[in-house]
Design a protein around this ligand. Sequence first.
Ligand SMILES: Cc1cc2nc3c(=O)[nH]c(=O)nc-3n(C[C@H](O)[C@H](O)[C@H](O)COP(=O)(O)O)c2cc1C
Length: 196
Amino acid sequence: MPSRDGPPDAFGSPYRLLSTAVTPRPIGWISSRSEAGVDNLAPYSFFNVVAVDPPVVMFAPVGSGELKDTPRNVRETEQFVVNTVTRDLVEEMNATSATLGPSESEFDAVGIERAASVAVDPPRVAAAKVAFECELYDWIEVGGSVLILGEVVHAHVDESVLTDGLVDIENLDTVGRLSGSQYASTAERFSIDRPS
Ligand SMILES: Cc1cc2nc3c(=O)[nH]c(=O)nc-3n(C[C@H](O)[C@H](O)[C@H](O)COP(=O)(O)O)c2cc1C
């Protein structure tokens, strides 16, 4: 089959190439609190698990210029919460991606109910089925972007997604981000056995 080769910017832009081919991406819906006490909430799909011992997750605000509110808050307070995005929350999640000033809270602007966290100051999204309270583990600058690593110090899991005390994927319709404004539901599933 013929293929086309080239540097990453030969395919529109590195962002276009990477964000379309690396799909579906999980979405970390990150709540943070500014030093001034404003609760911020924004989705980040450059998001994943990095380690399990210690349990560490990462997300990456991209772009050059001024820091977005989330990384600025995390740099100031060294805390954040990752809320999972399920199909029922996707409209609210999307609404929180609007660019608001640092003195405005997406929780209030979008009408999202907060729930108090246990181990960190920023609140979690009350309706999120799973939320991870994180302490900043590391902050790595990559060009104009930042790779933010957070150690999960406390987890909140809604009873409705548990089976025998474990999170059950059958009960958790997490959403993945595709390209641009396209998303994938994870409700359609299949299994294959791993080789031994
Ligand atoms: C589903 C989704 C995923 C996103 N993922 C990222 C991301 O990984 N990195 C990023 O810098 N911006 C991402 N954005 C854009 C930010 O959410 C947007 O810039 C937001 O205004 C940042 O808010 P903040 O300044 O309150 O942190 C995403 C937007 C959406 C809708």
